[in-house]
Design a protein around this ligand. Sequence first.
Ligand SMILES: Cc1cc2nc3c(=O)[nH]c(=O)nc-3n(C[C@H](O)[C@H](O)[C@H](O)COP(=O)(O)OP(=O)(O)OC[C@H]3O[C@@H](n4cnc5c(N)ncnc54)[C@H](O)[C@@H]3O)c2cc1C
Length: 242
Amino acid sequence: MDTITRIKTITPSPYPLTAILADTHDTKTFRFNLPADATLDMLPGDHLYVHATIDGKSVKRPYTPSSLPGTAGFFDLTVKRYETGVISKYLHAQRVGDTVLMSGPRQGGHWVDGMAKKVGFVAGGTGITPMISIIRWILTKRLDAEQFLVFANKSEADIIFRDEWERDVRAHPNFHCYHVLEEPPVGWSEGTGRITADILRRHLPPPGPATVLFLCGPPPMTNALEEILRGLGYPEKSVILP
Ligand SMILES: Cc1cc2nc3c(=O)[nH]c(=O)nc-3n(C[C@H](O)[C@H](O)[C@H](O)COP(=O)(O)OP(=O)(O)OC[C@H]3O[C@@H](n4cnc5c(N)ncnc54)[C@H](O)[C@@H]3O)c2cc1C
């Protein structure tokens, strides 16, 4: 019998912050408490809304939990801080013991088991966040799906969860990762500059009935890449924007 409570709320509810883990110079993972027998009612890639009142104004922004869906007792949000950002700055100012208001989860462009045997991920910066839980899910559940991550960042220091991707490449023959850096260090052997059609052709699974792609990043990047992907023959319905 399933004794796990699956949590989904329409109105904002308070979640206590229990740990803060530094990921990169501007990105942290915030761990929030759930009852020991409760999990978020979500598929990999779905998001929550963080709510706050800032300067007398109610604001909310979506965030995709990075923890493995189905985890009981806690969930994680991995958030990049923008100097001029409202909610990202608010979250980074929180301390362990504070509570944060959140509603959801809400459905986004999520992963559904069996939807594909070949899964490409094209991420720019924090665009990786909806993909973290999907990649973890597919690997942890040992699903029959080969994964191909193409991850663009400004510099090496900006790569979120780099150690995890390197560990996954070593541990799982069905996980591939290719980094693209705008400002590569000396001796860098992977992609440089922006993601191009040629990089996508070489590092994503080819279009076909068994292939889906997740694409997430700054809007100028996703707009440009949607067009490039169409030119490479990926049908529109096979490209998911979480
Ligand atoms: C479905 C969904 C899930 C998301 N999940 C996550 C997540 O898990 N982790 C995460 O960190 N973010 C995530 N985001 C982005 C997040 O919702 C906010 O947009 C982001 O945190 C900025 O909010 P803010 O209030 O701090 O900045 P805002 O006040 O909205 O923006 C202020 C300024 O910040 C800068 N800025 C904001 N966003 C960006 C950007 N994407 N690229 C470049 N500059 C930007 C700009 O200079 C902008 O003018 C997600 C977005 C969506 C749509």
